[in-house]
Design a protein around this ligand. Structure first.
Ligand code: ADP
Ligand code: ADP
Length: 232
């Protein structure tokens, strides 16, 4: 994993009176699983997307292993940061293998390496490659689509994984199983994971540390689950 540090980060969207994120400073250790939790509109997704520069901060800096993310080009950001959204966000016209290969293709990996990696990732997320490789997203259940989304985020073996409400679109039983599987994957891979959720139970189950946010991306509490439960 990689260390991520926010220093005095502000995001002011044009035309909004109030900032979405107001002077956020936060450190995430290498290999740590941090969850951002808080009510709708408090700035969780904006904070997350500033890490891989899907959203540009208005001011302040974000560093990965000490390097300002502004100095990293698009390919370096894709290699270093995986990204998983609710429901998997799969491209419907691409097969499972095609979806997982999006970033490797952008990085111009050769075909054999992509095939090997795709099959390895399908195994990792519990889908038999021989059965699922050539299917289209519509031929998968919601939970299976989400697994493919996680595989796609992991494709280039990034040290950092960003997840935005990853299991928000699946039923509670599947969600619980996917959470367990994600923790299992994390125990093997030791990524730095930043995961946004509005569900405090999910935040506590997944996070080594939980960042409880109030409005404008302000931190109300940032601590381990046991500390949060002891001092709510
Ligand atoms: P959360 O993920 O916690 O629900 P967001 O980061 O999506 O919060 O949004 C934070 C605030 O910024 C909200 O008030 C939202 O309406 C506003 N916002 C988000 N995206 C945009 C945008 N593209 N343009 C203007 N305002 C936005
Ligand atoms: P949202 O609707 O949540 O705002 P985005 O517009 O951020 O979603 O992303 C749209 C799609 O593009 C998603 O399927 C996402 O997985 C993919 N995507 C966007 N940026 C990246 C990236 N840097 N690396 C990999 N996939 C990306």
């Amino acid at each position: 994993g990689s260390e991520i540090v926010f220093t005095d980060v502000v995001k002011q969207y044009p035309g909004q009176t109030e900032p979405a994120v107001d002077h956020l400073s936060l450190g995430i250790d290498a290999g740590e699983f941090v969850t951002f939790v808080g009510p709708s509109g408090c700035g969780k997704t904006t904070s997350l997307k500033m890490i891989n520069r899907l959203i540009e901060p208005t001011s302040g800096t974000i560093t990965i292993d000490g390097q300002d993310t502004r100095e990293l080009d698009a390919d370096t950001l894709r290699r270093r940061i995986g990204y998983v959204i609710q429901g998997g966000g799969l491209f419907p016209h691409m097969t499972v293998a095609g979806n997982i290969a999006v970033v490797p293709n952008l990085l111009k990996w050769d075909k054999k390496r992509i095939r090997r990696r795709t099959d390895e990732l399908l195994e990792l997320v519990g889908l038999d490659p021989a059965v699922y490789r050539d299917r289209y997203p519509r031929e998968l259940s919601g939970g299976q689509q989400q697994r493919v989304g996680v595989a796609r985020g992991l494709a280039a073996d990034p040290p950092v994984m960003l997840m935005d409400e990853p299991f928000g679109a699946v039923d509670p039983i599947t969600r619980s199983r996917l959470q367990d599987e994600l923790l299992d994957v994390q125990s093997k891979l030791h990524k730095t994971i930043v995961c946004v959720t509005h569900d405090i139970d999910e935040a506590i189950k997944l996070g080594d540390r939980i960042c409880v946010m109030a409005d404008h991306g302000r931190i109300a509490q940032y601590d381990t689950a046991s500390e949060i439960l002891a001092n709510p």
